[in-house]
Design a binder for this molecule. Sequence first.
Ligand code: FES
Length: 135
Amino acid sequence: MAGINPYISKVHLELPKQNYDLTFLPMKQRVTVFSGNIKTDFDGLPGSILNSALKAGIDLDHSCGGVCACSTCHVIVRQGLESCNEATEDEEDMLDLAPGLEPQSRLACQCIPNGSQGIIVEIPEWNRNLVSEDH
Ligand code: FES
């Protein structure tokens, strides 16, 4: 169940306006995110990369439950970062704690693509063995 962290500034929530493909590397698993079918009963902000991954059965690590209070959901957005919401200062602060930080790094629980283009995210190597797939 998605939660809200009362200690961080509110994220501007703009849900995807159209369907888009979300691809996870290195396993090259692609899921289609349907803009009219965003669920709030998975962790992470509605429409976030974490939320969409969990809905698709990709168990991306998210120790704090998707409320911007850890950095275990760190992903690197290899394509489509410009179609995602801006990272807040709180997200940047948490990202600073993540190993392997890159300029395109985001917290999957806070990063919401708007659907205007396909997104490719890479799960950092240190976190890969924690990822499992339900199917
Ligand atoms: S799951 Fe903890 S910050 Fe995203």
